[in-house]
Write a protein that binds this ligand. Sequence first.
Ligand code: FAD
Length: 300
Amino acid sequence: MSVLLLAEPDEFARQALTFARGLGEVETVSIGADAGLPVERSHVAEGIDAYAPAAWATALEEVIDRVQPSAVVAPGTERGNEVLAHVAARRDIPFAANCIAVDGDTVTRVRWGGSLLEEARIHSPLPLLSVAPHAVPAAEGAASPEVETFTPTLSESDLVAAVAEHVDEVVSGISLAEAKVVVSGGRGVGSADGFGILEELAGLLDAAVGCSRVVTSAGWRPHTDQVGQTGTKVSPDLYIACGISGATQHIAGCKGAKKILAINSDAEAPILASADYAVIGDLTAIVPAITAELRKARSP
Ligand SMILES: Cc1cc2nc3c(=O)[nH]c(=O)nc-3n(C[C@H](O)[C@H](O)[C@H](O)COP(=O)(O)OP(=O)(O)OC[C@H]3O[C@@H](n4cnc5c(N)ncnc54)[C@H](O)[C@@H]3O)c2cc1C
């Protein structure tokens, strides 16, 4: 029996292909155009113009009914996880997200923002598995699959949620994901205006400014600045965490930093367990003091 892979033309689909090959012969399901993966057969759904999770799930389900695969795999991207969740809910079967390995009916998957590997047994007539990004190498090779196009039968409700418009992210200054230094602020910064002293320090260090989710939820900074499990994952040489407690969901986004400097008024704050350096005290005094020292050191 074959394995179906929901695929888009990207690196994550090639990683998921490597994983899926361990389960059987892979056929891809793509929406709009063939994803260009090195497989023997590709099913391409036509007539869906934009990303619409329920419509994609309907298209995938039609191929499942036709092919009767032994498993269905998708990349562990937001889209892959969302579409498989729709299929699982409709069929009332389990879905294991963010898997990195499978052995019989046992999957190993990434939990808690990467801080835990879980082994789970799946009891299902049709395992639905998404593959954690960057966990397995991408499959290489050019594609020349036999392409079968089809037009799924969609209902009105399949198109209720659909992408209406793409708006390019406005990145001013240094990108958070690529910055060598990140100056990040949490609730302890106190307000949107409180970020002024962090901006000033960041300017001197050619750094990007990041923040915790409390900060984006309060509207002090845009979501694009958020570091963490549901934000950007950063890997700078130095991550300066100002007034951030160090919740696991935040650490999931900054643990790739080579060094972490925590500035916190609480000597018991959990972030100190992850920090290489710490300054215990009020950030409104410490951050400007660092800035002043830097200016002094750099003045001729
Ligand atoms: C599903 C889920 C996903 C999540 N995803 C994310 C995510 O992607 N990113 C994220 O950040 N969070 C995320 N969270 C939220 C996370 O659990 C925490 O609530 C959040 O990170 C806490 O933010 P904080 O550290 O800014 O605030 P707090 O936990 O309130 O910490 C504030 C810190 O500031 C210190 N402080 C206060 N005043 C000062 C001062 N004057 N000087 C110095 N220090 C001071 C305090 O001692 C404290 O340590 C997620 C939560 C869930 C449930």
